[in-house]
Design a protein around this ligand. Structure first.
Ligand SMILES: [Zn+2]
Length: 377
């Protein structure tokens, strides 16, 4: 038979035949001891500041609580199965938009980015796109944006400073878009490319790979040990601004001789006469124009050099190339890149695979969607 005994603290506890159970007061005191003495001591020895640790925990908790409240609200209105997602991919010359109801695509449209008044144009295009599909910003459950980098994070808000958007002016994009969309997800466009290609495209099942976009500018996204990497400000894999030449050709970012200055679509245009588009220069090359041929050959050489340095540094197994310049001229460019890799063999480049982006020019758009969708799963 169990005996009921009162402890010295006045709390009730039960004394069994063999085992004595701890009274409530002891449990309470042990709990306090763990929470207020042992855990802070462990944190103190394992990290720099335990106040920061608790602050992070509280912030994560608040974020999760907000998400739960939002989901509860949508469920209450019976709208969980009808969540609408907006995805936007902003490039140097064009902006792609897509609307999804869960995974189903409702609409897609292409707009011009515009060389001036970037934010004003972007907001106008979004409004037009939503109105054309009988939507408004309040009906959007979450919005994902793929934007050209580099990103700058100040006061936990993302700003962009891109050579291809308003000539390298700092644009406080997150604070502007947060006024329109409450549930916002902003990512680097090339990182988005890596996400979608890793999810459903050419990099599916790849553990160590790079996605490189060769377009108006040059960007990159990395997959290391099976995971897409973001870096401290979301710029991980931004290969376009790595210096590969000592030539005095200036990039919009201010550097001389970086990959973007030596081989991007914009650089090809500058090298020719800065009057016609890269697309027309490729057309001239196919018609036998010697100047166009020389410029394109030089650009491929520099592009290959930059990517080669990347795979040697990071020990990668596969290179996936996207972007309008590459995708429209794959037959001309891919054999030249492969030739460069065969010429400069080393143990890391020997077994490297070079493939084109299977989602084409929509890689970044789908990447923005997949990441936003998963974040809100
Ligand atoms: Zn640059």
């Amino acid at each position: 038979m169990d005996k009921i005994i009162y402890s010295e603290h006045g709390f009730l506890f039960i004394c069994g035949r063999k085992k004595l159970q701890t009274c409530l007061a002891h449990r309470f005191l042990c709990g306090c001891y763990c929470i207020f003495i042992i855990i802070p001591l462990i944190i103190q020895f394992s990290s720099q500041c335990f106040i920061c640790f608790f602050e992070t925990l509280i912030l994560i908790w608040i974020q999760r609580w907000k998400q739960r409240r939002r989901r509860w609200w949508w469920r209450r209105r019976g709208m969980v199965k009808r969540r609408i997602f907006l995805s936007v991919d902003v490039g140097g010359t064009k902006t792609l938009m897509m609307l999804n109801r869960e995974r189903k695509i409702l609409a897609k449209k292409l707009y011009k980015t515009g060389k001036t008044e970037f934010l004003k144009n972007l907001k106008k295009n979004i409004r037009q796109f939503l109105e054309a599909n009988e939507m408004n910003e309040k009906k959007i459950y979450a919005a994902g944006f793929a934007l050209p980098g580099p990103f700058i994070i100040k006061n936990k808000l993302i700003s962009i400073k891109s050579p291809n958007i308003e000539n390298y002016r700092v644009i406080h994009i997150e604070s502007a878009l947060k006024r329109i969309f409450r549930n916002l997800n902003i990512l680097n466009d090339a990182v988005c490319g890596a996400i979608s290609e890793h999810e459903v495209g050419a990099l599916k099942n790849a553990n160590n790979a790079i996605y490189v976009t060769w377009s108006t500018g040059i960007g990159g996204g990395l997959i290391m040990d099976g995971k897409v990497r973001f870096g401290k400000e979301g710029n991980c894999g931004h290969i376009g601004h790595t210096i590969i030449s000592d030539k005095k050709r200036k990039c919009g970012c201010g550097l001389y001789g970086d990959m973007e200055a030596m081989s991007s679509g914009k650089s090809i245009e500058k090298m020719f006469d800065n009057k016609i588009s890269a697309e027309k220069i490729f057309l001239k090359r196919s018609k036998g124009n010697k100047k166009a041929k020389k410029i394109i050959d030089t650009a491929v050489e520099y592009f290959s050099k930059g990517v080669f340095n990347g795979i040697t540094l990071l020990d990668l197994e596969i290179i996936c190339i996207g972007g309008s310049v590459f995708l429209k001229n794959e037959k001309v460019l891919l054999p030249k890149i492969i030739k460069f890799f065969k010429k400069h063999k080393n143990p890391q480049s020997d077994s490297i695979k070079i493939v084109k982006a299977s989602l084409g020019e929509e890689s970044s758009l789908f990447g923005a969607f997949y990441h936003t969708f998963k974040k809100n799963a």
